[in-house]
Ligand binder design. Structure first.
Ligand code: NAP
Length: 288
């Protein structure tokens, strides 16, 4: 007879920090423009405020950030003691020196997550004790509203469980995708730097709406809502942008006339050139 009784839970799975972030101890060294939103995302994912310690360059700065973000401030030694996850959120030029300074303080089995652009996994791994697990996470600023994108690069010692933990920690940031270090330059073009390009295009659209006679507030809200709506339509329907574009182009109508001007004015090559410049600069920063 088939056994229909419920399976007893696997104790390892129940105790896994991937399942239960409430027991996880996290240290964030450098909670600034990017580290701050990462702290918010981790708290939203379920890390307890009392177990997320922030270390900035001075105690006063750590206290300020901790209060603003809803976590606790700590000294570097306090934060690292017993930490399961250590986020390195300092500037790229500081990160290898920081790694060398903390290498003796890192608990064995800790997972280190670097946010630094342009610093390879192998460089960070070399600065830390052999075999320590290191991931790179490349977030963009919309993670601050839970609508960002995070590219995850997995170091050679990272276990499946640690990688699952990283994905869980970023689960409330927006989308988290696995990429290779070779793909990070394209990721920066398509996600890291893209918010800046979108802000610039939104500004141009709002300005033109004002020139055409709308009040600034109305122009801004119409443009923002429409861009969000257009992106949501594509995401929810799975329809390709080219198909959606054809769908709003009536013969001889307003949209198709505007689209032909966009093509003539070189918007597509302009966007492509901006993204290529971001990817090229990322490559140059890495020395790749
Ligand atoms: N900004 C982005 O859009 C973005 C995107 C992807 C990746 N990143 C990466 O995120 C990292 C941080 O960039 P950011 O823009 O967030 O820079 P940031 O705003 O200047 O933040 C750097 C943080 O590091 C802290 N810090 C500096 N020296 C420290 C030390 N010795 N010990 C502990 N904390 C220290 C600073 O504290 P104080 O405020 O006290 O000085 C500050 O909180 C970089 O590696 C960057 O490549 C940034």
């Amino acid at each position: 007879m088939e056994n229909t009784s419920p399976q007893s839970p696997d104790p390892a799975a129940v105790q896994s920090p991937v399942q239960d972030l409430t027991q996880l101890r996290v240290a964030v060294i450098g909670a600034g423009n990017m580290g701050g939103p990462v702290v918010r995302a981790f708290l939203a994912a379920g890390v307890r405020p009392g177990k997320l310690a922030i270390v900035n360059s001075t105690p006063a700065s750590s206290e300020r950030a901790a209060e603003e973000l809803g976590a606790i401030a700590a000294s570097r030694a306090e934060a690292l003691e017993g930490a399961d996850v250590v986020v390195l959120g300092v500037k790229p030029y500081q990160i290898l020196e920081l790694a060398a300074e903390i290498r003796e303080q890192l608990p064995a089995g800790a997972l280190v997550i670097s946010l630094a652009a342009g610093i390879a996994l192998s460089q960070i791994e070399d600065a830390l004790p052999a075999g320590l697990s290191v991931e790179r996470a490349m977030p963009n600023t919309p993670i601050s509203v839970g609508e960002g994108a995070v590219g995850l690069m997995r170091g050679s010692s990272v276990t499946d469980e640690q990688h699952a933990l990283t994905r869980t920690l970023f689960s409330r940031a927006g989308v988290a995708v696995d990429i290779t270090e070779e793909q990070v330059h394209a990721f920066i073009a398509a996600a890291g730097s893209l918010p800046g390009f979108v802000f610039s295009i939104l500004e141009a659209m709002s300005d033109e709406a004002v020139r055409l006679g709308l009040k600034r507030d109305l122009a801004d809200s119409l443009v923002q809502q429409t861009v969000r709506g257009a992106a949501t339509m594509l995401m929810e329907s799975g329809v390709h942008a080219a198909v959606a574009k054809n769908g709003v182009s009536s013969p001889g109508g307003t949209t198709v006339q505007g689209l032909s001007v966009l093509e003539r004015e070189g918007v597509r090559p302009g966007v492509a050139a901006a993204m290529a410049a971001a990817a090229r600069t990322s490559r140059e920063m890495t020395g790749a």
